[in-house]
Design a binder for this molecule. Structure first.
Ligand SMILES: [Zn+2]
Length: 232
């Protein structure tokens, strides 16, 4: 892709969705992603294989509701072994980083941009199967194993990639999360630490004092995706 892509601060924070288009029913993505995604889907065409979107755009308010529900104990927070954490026993800082392992801070989710999506393979699912988006679904032999094998070969040479492929110590690995790089890079540039901080400061956010105290670390490792254990 050539030329500058026009992105705004409000789009980067998930506060504006007017520019998005609907695909596959209720999923919304950025219009610049439509054609490249279609061509990637055509490439992933092994018998019985179909690339579909489980989750595309998510608004700031939706992400805020998820984050706050986890912080309030209204929604489960899991550890790396899939066990439910007893949040009451954790310090506010531990609570924050436990949530961030699997859920983005509102304003800092790549799902705000329309450039990123969680994918699955409806053609491979048994009847009544409920998509979970877990690692075991994506490995060879898993229900979406064939799709991920296709993606392994076709992502190379495409503008899509898996930003959470490896565990860098912050966000847990999510092979099902694809990002359209030309657009995502433009949004990362617009989403500065101060823009995010100002937005969160005025939001009804749980754990706000500890979020603001650790915002530099969160921004570096969870937005810019730099490796390191940080202050966690
Ligand atoms: Zn995702």
């Amino acid at each position: 892709m050539s030329g500058e892509i026009l992105v705004t601060e409000r789009q980067a924070l998930g506060l504006d969705e007017e520019h998005l288009v609907s695909v596959q029913g209720s999923c919304k993505i950025h219009p610049l992603v439509s054609a490249p995604l279609q061509s990637l889907a055509q490439q992933c065409s092994a018998p019985g294989c179909r690339l579909a979107i489980a989750s595309g755009y998510r608004s700031f308010d939706r992400q805020l509701a998820i984050f706050n529900a986890k912080a309030r104990g209204e929604r489960e927070v899991l550890d790396d072994r899939g066990q439910v954490l007893d949040m009451q026993r954790l310090s506010p800082r531990e609570q924050l980083y436990a949530i961030l392992r699997f859920s983005a801070l509102p304003g800092a989710s790549r799902h705000h941009w329309g450039s990123d999506m969680d994918v699955y393979d409806p053609a491979a699912m048994p009847a009544d199967y409920r998509v979970q988006l877990t690692l075991s679904e994506c490995v060879p032999g898993g229900v979406f194993g064939d799709l991920h094998c296709e993606l392994d070969s076709h992502l190379q040479g495409s503008d899509f990639y898996r930003p959470y492929e490896r565990d860098l110590g912050a966000i847990a690995p999510e092979p099902w999360h694809l990002s359209y790089r030309p657009l995502a890079d433009a949004y990362v540039k617009v989403l500065s630490r101060d823009l995010l901080g100002d937005c969160l400061q005025s939001a009804e956010l749980e754990l706000k004092p500890v979020v603001m105290r650790h915002l530099d670390d969160i921004y570096r490792r969870y937005v810019q995706l730099e490796p390191g254990s940080g202050s966690n």
